[in-house]
Design a protein around this ligand. Structure first.
Ligand code: NHR
Ligand code: GAR
Length: 218
């Protein structure tokens, strides 16, 4: 089997992109990050791509009249890399149903909350404000319902006295860097699919909150 082609979409720092680049660096016959797309020209992740020798493209939504024409331009460029998998890694633009349907079953996102809690933005602040005792992150299949697609895996951390949104974000990031490469590996190994009822791992339907990574908090 030829190596799987993975395209990664970013908007910012790209630390999750880095975790994926590092993870797949030593298995070029299994999968490779074939391209990186950013909607922001100043995203630091573009430097990470360059350093890894991965081609990158910047497409600004500001150059397009509406969401659909932006998404169509992205789809046309992304498809040049014949992706088996498209990964949102801190990508901050809501995608149209046309885009999510085109990549249905091969589109993943990492979201910084324990879904179904805190869909959308400012998740760390919202978990703190709610007085939650724990927080974390989720990898899910992307569907047209924002942050609502079937969850594949979650990792959690206790919320500690004195935590700020920044301290929480830092711990959640460490967890993200573990679960995103893991879920991606499952997909490229063909152990993970989007089924009619939800996410399926090793031919078993996962619970609605996905597989729970067993970690003591970093
Ligand atoms: N698109 C669809 N259709 N479905 C999902 O599940 C998606 C998606 C696009 C992005 C990531 C998501 C997250 O993990 C994601 C999941 C951006 C926003 C947002 O409000 C919300 C959720 C996510 C990403 N974006 C604003 C917008 O108008 C812009 C915000 C900004 O630029 O800072 O697109 O949290
Ligand atoms: C991550 O925490 C990711 O969960 C979050 O943005 C960060 C990106 O970090 N995603 C979203 O909030 C999507 N709306 P990174 O650029 O260092 O990978």
């Amino acid at each position: 089997m030829s190596a799987k082609s993975i395209v990664v979409l970013i908007s910012g720092s790209g630390s999750n992109l880095q975790a994926l680049l590092d993870h797949f660096a030593d298995q070029p016959d299994v999968a490779r990050i074939s391209a990186v797309f950013s909607n922001k020209a100043d995203a630091y992740g573009l430097e990470r791509a360059a350093k890894a020798g991965v081609p990158s493209h910047v497409l600004s939504h500001r150059d397009h009249a509406d969401r659909l024409s932006f998404d169509q331009a992205m789809m046309a460029q992304i498809d040049q890399y014949q992706p088996d998998l498209v990964i949102l890694a801190g990508f901050m633009r809501i995608l149209t149903p046309e885009f999510t349907r085109h990549y249905a079953g091969r589109l993943l996102n990492i979201h910084p909350s324990l879904l179904p809690k805190y869909k959308g933005l400012d998740t760390h602040q919202r978990a703190l404000a709610a007085g939650d005792s724990e927080h974390g992150c989720s990898v899910h299949f992307v569907t047209e319902e924002l942050d609502g697609g079937p969850v594949i895996i979650q990792a959690r951390t206790d919320i500690r006295p004195g935590d700020s949104a920044d301290s929480l974000a830092h711990r959640v990031h460490q967890l993200e860097h573990r679960i995103y490469p893991l879920a991606t590996q499952w997909f490229v190994d063909e152990r993970l699919q989007l089924g009619a009822q939800g996410a399926v791992l090793d031919n078993r339907l996962l619970p609605s909150t996905g597989h729970q990574l067993d970690v003591s908090s970093p």
